[in-house]
Design a protein around this ligand. Sequence first.
Ligand SMILES: C[S@@+](CC[C@H](N)C(=O)[O-])C[C@H]1O[C@@H](n2cnc3c(N)ncnc32)[C@H](O)[C@@H]1O
Length: 202
Amino acid sequence: MTYKRPADRYTKQAKAEGFAARSVYKLEEIDRRTKLLRPGLRVLDLGAAPGSWTQYVAPKVGPKGKVVAIDLDPLRVACGPNVQALEMDALGDLSVLDPYGPFDLVLSDMAPHTTGTPFADAARSEELVDRVLDVCERLLVPGGNVVAKLFRGEGFEALRARMRGIFSDVRLIKPEASRRESVELFLVGLGRKPPAPAEPAK
Ligand SMILES: C[S@@+](CC[C@H](N)C(=O)[O-])C[C@H]1O[C@@H](n2cnc3c(N)ncnc32)[C@H](O)[C@@H]1O
């Protein structure tokens, strides 16, 4: 028998407001606190299904901006002309994304299928955040920002250190809509530093 969580106020609010998931209120709070979104931005949304973050972002960036929404699964919402949805594995070949970049903002709400073993779940979540940072190094413009969901585990400090190498300001946010018992938190990197110049050939 599968356990069905009772609908909390965010689940009810998401349903009433037509959002695909309650996760939208996590992004809304992060956006309120860090002023991430504005018209014209080019946004990569990783782990986008069923689609509530994409629903939130698309009108904020407007017709001059765009959202490229990636997931293993299809989005379950209708999207406007400024959204392009791709079914793909973010742990696969990143060069597939090159034609869609560069981006001003990278979002990741990616989460592994949980196994019930916190150590293993955190390790797989860390692998996903590491991959988000690879994407940032490849496709995020200097000055650009990132939000990445992480299940906090042993690799947390190493990931935060890597982020500090890439971004001028690194913050941790646990939004109110994030369930208190969950180990999830959001790493926010603001202001991508200019990439280090390539070493001259010897
Ligand atoms: C919590 S859900 C995202 C909810 C979404 N932000 C929304 O607001 O509707 C996590 C998503 O991460 C996706 N995901 C996990 N691993 C992935 C991977 N390697 N590549 C692409 N998507 C992945 C899952 O398929 C799942 O849809």
